[in-house]
Design a protein around this ligand. Sequence first.
Ligand SMILES: *Cc1c(COP(=O)(O)O)cnc(C)c1O
Ligand SMILES: [Zn+2]
Length: 435
Amino acid sequence: MVKDRFLGYQCSLCSAQYSPQEVTYTCPKDGGNLDVILNLEGLKGKNLFEWVNSEESSLWRYLPLLPLQESMGEGTPFRAVGWTPVYRATRLAEDLNLNALWIKDESRNPSASFKDRASSVVVARAREIGAEVVVTASTGNAGAALACMAAALGQKAVIFAPKTAPPAKIAQLLIFGAKVLLVDGNYDQAFDLSVEASKTFGWYCRNTGYNPFTAEGKKTAALEIAEWWLTLRKQTEFGKLGVHPQKPLSIFVSVGDGNIISGLHKGCKDLAAIGVLPGENVETSNAPLGVRIFGVQSQGSAAVANAYFANTEKITPVSASTIADSISVDLPRDGVRAVRAARQSGGAYVLVSDQQILEAIAELGKIGIFAEPAGATAYAGLKKAIQSGLIERDDPVLVLNTGSGLKDVKAAMQAVPQAPIIEPTVEAVKNHLPF
Ligand SMILES: *Cc1c(COP(=O)(O)O)cnc(C)c1O
Ligand SMILES: [Zn+2]
């Protein structure tokens, strides 16, 4: 029964289908990203709460909707990925003139970013197929996540990162005991090198927008959001929130390669396929999944948004430059599905400047959330979307903080004024009062 759950893959470009044994990464015909096809028969028509394993406070509570045989890593960081907290951001909502705003804090994952979701599922897959070594190219977070998950299970990991990656991320890679190779080049060059190395040495490659299992891991955030949203809507307080009862939840997420947003979309589509989310006609509904997904990019790294605005699925590479290193990508590896995620869910793309990203870091800080630049980008995008009329006062909104501010302290320090250095006297303190 469990064995039949993972049926194979379907190419997102040419729709060709493959069995699990036929391919490992992308479509052999056109290089398209592959969607994992699952056997959802057993779940169809069932209430989400009937099949979720509520004893698991991690992404493994959704195992029945993952292409894996079993959860593993009992009592380790591996088992602790996901099930991240959702905070009600009342003061920020007031500032933005919104009735209800929530932040889902992915910095609470074991390696402090959203990437743990993908890496745990890929490492689980590596174990199932008996891969000895896992490898990835990374701007830092994907590598840290893979190294962390591999360490938790005693698996060997090789990480290629640009030598310019923030030091805290490189420290994580080294501390988790991965073989770390810093590439004298950008992320895109590290990516190509890691694929070649994986072919040469037979390593199992986790690369974002290349390995189909990453989106399966990332979709678990959508499953959590759906479970949280369905639970919230049942509560009597829901009516008092001031959100329009018919309006879909609007989710904001930052986009680099486009794999997180594609994973969120896949999660919503899987839920629609079994009847947990609406799944109306894409042509006639403005939010067919009952959830709208908004992608946010930095103006300096906007290849996916450019395609969205040009109303095409053709991704043209840019020469990326942004303070948000985790979303600094010349050629997004999951661009086509990322464009579709916003378009097909009734969401949109939004662009923000580095200055707006820095302001967003400071504003999230004031409610107790420390985001790295790429994490705060989603919140900056929400502000932009409100300004341009995409989001209205009674829209329910959830913003994902995808990574911890501790990963890039240098960027954080640019978001706030410096602290004064004073003589150790009360007189000196008085000079700085009132505050
Ligand atoms: C990787 C990453 C993103 C973007 O994810 P993509 O799949 O590349 O679009 C956003 N924020 C953080 C913190 C990340 O590490
Ligand atoms: Zn194809």
